[in-house]
Structure formats: structure tokens, C-alpha cells
Design a protein around this ligand. Sequence first.
Ligand SMILES: Nc1ncnc2c1ncn2[C@@H]1O[C@H](COP(=O)(O)OP(=O)(O)OP(=O)(O)O)[C@@H](O)[C@H]1O
Ligand SMILES: [Mg+2]
Length: 438
Amino acid sequence: MVYREPEILVGLDLGTTKIAVVVAERDENMREPQIIGIGQAPSRGIRKGLIINLEQAVQSVKAALSDAENMVGFDVSAATVAFSGIDSTSVTSKGMISLGRTPRQVTIQDVERVIEAAQSELAVPSNRCTLHTIPVKYSIDGNSGIDDPLGMTGIRLEIELQSVIVPSSVIQNVINCVERAGINVQGLVIKSLASAMGSLTNEETIAGAIALSIGGGTTSIALYVDGRPVRLSVIPIGGDHITNDLAYVLKIPISKAEDLKQKLSLDPNDIEVETMELDIRGKQREVNIYEAIDVVRYRIEELFTEHISHQLSDFSVHMFPAGLVLSGGVAKMRSIDPFVSELLGFPIRIADPLDTYQMPPGRNDCQYASVAGIIRYMTNRERNPYRYIETPISKLRMGPSQIKGNVNKVRKKESRTSRNESIRSFVSAIKRSIKELF
Ligand SMILES: Nc1ncnc2c1ncn2[C@@H]1O[C@H](COP(=O)(O)OP(=O)(O)OP(=O)(O)O)[C@@H](O)[C@H]1O
Ligand SMILES: [Mg+2]
């Protein structure tokens, strides 16, 4: 028997707080790849999910790669990359084709034709491109709920597509960053899809579920109905905003606010001491824990009531009986689950990465669900190429002259959004102080 080297699969997650790399291997006897290493490094040059300093981002990617390479003992050269996709839109379109006057079986060419028909309904602006195309519903002769139309018989085939449309500049910056770090980009996946793949079970996706990942700079949301994602969105708010609020309201440095945040519980009944002493540049400062919890609860409440509820507004709660599965670093906050469950009136569970038994110790919690999800995305796409259609990287590329302009655009936009953000948190803090007065 001829021995074949196992196939290596690599996923790279470009986060705002950390860059994570997953390495998995699969040999011919294995159905599922096995994760053999998770590397990571602090993320620099990425804010609210957007690359704002290419060189710093490249260095962070290199550091995360070498961490993974040290763990697995070999170099990696290619990866599928998850990125936030801020400003992306998740759009539904419909298509219909005739199969002829007399009923006949649906062929692969028909499936391609009906997908193209639905795609042609989309008006994609010239500075954007379609990254994912996901059939969410097929019907034959008006009978909906068809899981896979191939080989089924009828005279009319209809489809509903979910397309994720991303600014071309964002995609180009991601490809450019990873390639400069010496890695060939094999595929791209939006963070909301990678996180959902890493945290929802098949049963949950079929029953109907919401995957929510709250990271450092972004919150991504994926809504699943009948096993298919019917919405994939990213909101530019994450754990960093909570840290900034704490620093601002309690007048403490960001690093102290970050430490404090990670020690807090959202359930005031968990609190044993009312105040905490912080050493700030050699001076002792007393911080009121109840005040700190209020600040965190306020920001999380705002995220859910103003942003996430908006993403859910087109859907009925009854479409998601499996409830909400929470991942990302912020999901590690103590007692966040009962707090969010009460806010939304939904059952909620904190995601362990689905492949948790394969993950290395210390890198095996809800913060690593999205990087592990990249491997699941790769295998799912390979098995069902018509379920997760991804535009090839060669089509997503642009010329270097455009790249330069786009980097500048991204930076300008970033400074504007961060200014808006600080104004908003200033207003929120004032509102809070006013509430406390009365
Ligand atoms: N125990 C904890 N309690 C509260 N927050 C935590 C805890 N551990 C980590 N975090 C927060 O989680 C965030 C980082 O999460 P994660 O690693 O999922 O982000 P990321 O993937 O780098 O960012 P993004 O996906 O937004 O681009 C940070 O804001 C960090 O402060
Ligand atoms: Mg992330």
C-alpha cells in the first residue's frame, strides 16, 4: 500500500484582539479532519474588525503563524481566512427557471442556472463584491422546503439565495495582509459564518438557531433556519467598547479597565465585596463594583436592544427554537448568559467549540469557536459545493494601484467611526449620570 502524507488544512482568523490560526490534518481514512494545533498572537493594526495599519497587521499574522508552526512542528503555506466584514450586507434574492413543458429531473446545470438567475437579480455596486452565495430555499413546481433539488422531477425550479456582499477594499486589504505574511489565501469566509460553523450543532441549525459572537471590536450574528443561514451580519461593537466605557466612567487607565472587566460578574448577587482597590500609577483608587457592573450591563443591553434586535426584526422568535448560542471572548464574562437570556427572552448557551475534544488546553473555549469553525466551513464547502458558493480568490483580486487608495480610505473611515463612537459613549455616560441624579 502506498503511504500518502496527511492533508493539512489551515484556518486563519483575523480578529481585533487576537489573530488565531488553526491547523488540522486529515488522512485518507478519516472523514473529519483532526485539529492538531491552535496558534495565536495579539492583534495589532486591526480595529473594529478593519485593517487600519497593514504593516502591523502583517507582523501580527506572522507571529500567530509561527506560534502555530511551533506547536505542529512544520511550516504552513496556505490558509482559508476569516475576517470581520464590517460594512458587508446580507441580501436575499430569488430566481426561477423552467425545466420544460413536461416534467423532468433537475440536473446540476439547472441548479447552476437557477443560482445565476437569482444572482442576476442582485445589483452589486462596482466597489463591492459578492463573497458568499448560499441557497437557502429551493422549490419545485411551487412545493417549497426542498433540501436538495438534484434528481427531483418537475417543470419549474425556484430558489431563494442569501448573498454576502463585501466592500472590495476590505477584501483586498485582507488578501494583501495575509499574502505579505507569506501565506497563500485559498479562501475567505466572513466571521459570522465561521463563528456559527464553530458553535452551532447540526441539530440546532436545522431546528433554527442564532449564533452570536462578541469579540474585541465586533459582534457577528448568523441566523439559521432549516439548516441554512438566512442572515449573516457584523456589528462594529465588541468587548473593547465595554473596556473603554469602564475606563471613561470610572476614570481609570484602559489596562486597568480591561483587568477589572475580566473579573466582573454580571450578576450583582455574585459580588462579595462592594469596592475594589486599584493601583493606578502608584496611587490607590477605590472602584465601586456595582457602578462597574452597571456600566457593563448598560453597554451589553444597548448592543442587544439597539443593534441585535434590529437584525432580528424581520424574523419571528418562533423561528429559532434552539435559542441563541454565544461565543467570542465576551461570552467568557461571568453570568452573561442569564443576563442576555432575560434581555431577549430566549434560551441561551455559551458555545464550546464544536471540536472541543481536539483543541489544545488553554485554547479551548468560546473565544476559539470561530477559528475552529473555519475548518468546518472548509469541509462543509468541499462536501456541498452548491451550499456554500464562494467567489474564487482570483476574481476578488484588484490591481496594486487600487490597493493603495483603499488602504487610505479604510484609515479615514476608521478615524471617523471611532470619533462617532467616543461621542456616543460620552453621551451615554452623561445619560447615565443624569439617570443616577433622579
Ligand atoms: N473573561 C472575560 N470576561 C470578559 N471579557 C473577556 C474575557 N476574556 C476575554 N474577554 C474580551 O473578549 C474580547 C476578545 O474576544 P475575541 O478573542 O473573541 O475577539 P477577536 O476575535 O480578536 O475580535 P473580533 O472578532 O471582534 O475581531 C476582548 O474585548 C476581551 O477583553
Ligand atoms: Mg473574532
